[in-house]
Design a protein around this ligand. Structure first.
Ligand code: UTP
Length: 274
């Protein structure tokens, strides 16, 4: 059972400036709920009860969101508006939150390594990038589907993948793999943001991972890669070459809420399904 989920949430969110000047990107709402709350709900659905959040400067709103606001509670107690807080109250009651700060934004791999103090080395853990918003209607959430796979292959990392248009490979980590069963690949190669001509496939990694603790040493051994950042893809490749990374083509939809187009698409989708 995966109990801990890490949320790297220290990035600058430059594609959403000026909105993200004082508000963390992860706190932008799709309808009335911040992106990060969707992520936490997904983690809970997969059996996690410990949320570890990597924040940075200007991200204090995240801590306040996952805490009780006594003044607000007092104001709306006994009124018709009280139900608006039901979901967030249930979250606060059912899991614990811990935080650490990434001082310099040196990339996703570095953000995950920063979370090592919160995660420890005992068990495998999940990673959710809250700006990738996933939905599977009434079916199992993406992280829950991945937890089932990890249960069967506890020595392996699991990354979520989806088929993308080949022209878009330069936005993603892209894998090459050997199909071992329906929708499941053993990863043999992975490249961060390759040009379409260099991409080993059109199978792109999205923001859901289950990682084994060995990943921390692999990240420590990883030099800055594309864009001068420490890339999780490069660290995962080291484990993939030992046969320890699986890629799972999940059921459901994913919205890239780190981009304005994806964010608008997600908003329309969730509004229609109200
Ligand atoms: P992105 O590259 O999508 O996020 O990183 P960003 O840098 O915030 O966005 P733009 O490109 O400037 O608009 C993917 C995820 O990794 C986290 C981000 O917060 C986001 O959830 N991240 C990235 C970190 O926590 N630290 C980093 O150094 C880099």
């Amino acid at each position: 059972m995966i109990k801990k989920c890490l949320f790297p949430a220290a990035g600058y969110g430059t594609r959403f400036l000026p909105a993200t000047k004082a508000i963390p990107k992860e706190m932008l709402p799709v309808l009335t709920k911040p992106l990060l709350q969707y992520g936490v709900e997904e983690a809970l659905s997969a059996g996690c009860d410990t949320m570890a959040i990597v924040t940075g400067r200007g991200k204090r709103a995240i801590e306040d969101h996952f805490d009780i606001s006594y003044e607000l509670e007092h104001q709306i107690k006994g009124t018709s508006k009280e139900h608006y807080l039901n979901e967030i109250r249930a979250i606060i009651n059912n899991c614990t939150f811990s935080y650490t700060r990434q001082i310099e934004m040196k990339g996703l791999g570095h953000a995950i390594l920063t979370g090592e103090t919160l995660i420890g080395h005992e068990d495998s853990f999940a990673v959710i990038l809250a700006d990738d918003l996933c939905d599977n209607n009434e079916g199992e959430t993406v992280l829950r589907q991945m937890a089932h796979i990890h249960k069967r292959f506890p020595d392996c990392c699991v990354v979520a993948i989806e088929e993308i248009d080949k022209s878009e490979t330069n936005k993603y980590g892209v894998i090459a793999g050997e199909l071992i069963e329906d929708n499941l690949y053993k990863v043999t190669d992975m490249v961060e943001k390759p040009a379409p001509i260099d991409a080993p496939s059109n199978l792109a990694i999205i923001g859901r991972y289950i990682l084994v603790p060995e990943i921390f040493d692999a990240i420590r051994d990883t030099k800055p890669g594309r864009g001068g950042e420490i890339q999780i893809t490069d660290a995962l490749l080291k484990l993939a070459l030992k046969g320890k990374v699986l890629a799972y083509k999940f059921s459901g939809k994913r919205f890239d809420c780190g981009s304005v187009d994806g964010f608008v698409e997600a908003t329309n989708y969730f509004y229609k399904s109200l």
